[in-house]
Structure formats: C-alpha cells, structure tokens
Design a protein around this ligand. Structure first.
Ligand code: ZN
Length: 65
C-alpha cells in the first residue's frame, strides 16, 4: 500500500494472482470489486465479498460478461 501508480502492470499481476487463487478475478465496472466466481464460469460476473448491501446478502456486485 505504498504509492503504486503502475495500474496496468498491477492489473496483470493481480489477474494472475486471482487465477492462482481460483477466481475469475475480472474487475467490475468502475473498478468496483472483482469477480470471485471460478475462472471460465457462465453467466454474470459476481463479487461475493464487495458491494453487499447487508451482512445477510449472499452476493455483492454483479455485472454481465
Ligand atoms: Zn467472472
């Protein structure tokens, strides 16, 4: 968390790390969250951790492929 400005490089590195963790990891619209479904999934991208309106919600942001 120290002044990273090379977002293009960071995005590529983050995608690689996300895939290694078993996530699709595509960034959502407006950089809100990342898809935490498995890589190569069907249907919409979903971030299960960010964008939830309440603690009882099972998913947060959702956006189309
Ligand atoms: Zn996805």
């Amino acid at each position: 968390m120290s002044g990273q400005t090379d977002t293009t490089h960071d995005e590529a590195a983050s995608l690689t790390a996300g895939h290694a963790a078993g996530y699709c990891w595509v960034q959502g619209p407006g950089a809100r969250g990342r898809c935490t479904r498995r890589p190569g999934h069907d249907d919409d991208h979903v971030d299960y951790y960010n964008g939830r309106q309440s603690i009882t919600d099972v998913e947060g942001y959702r956006w189309p492929q």
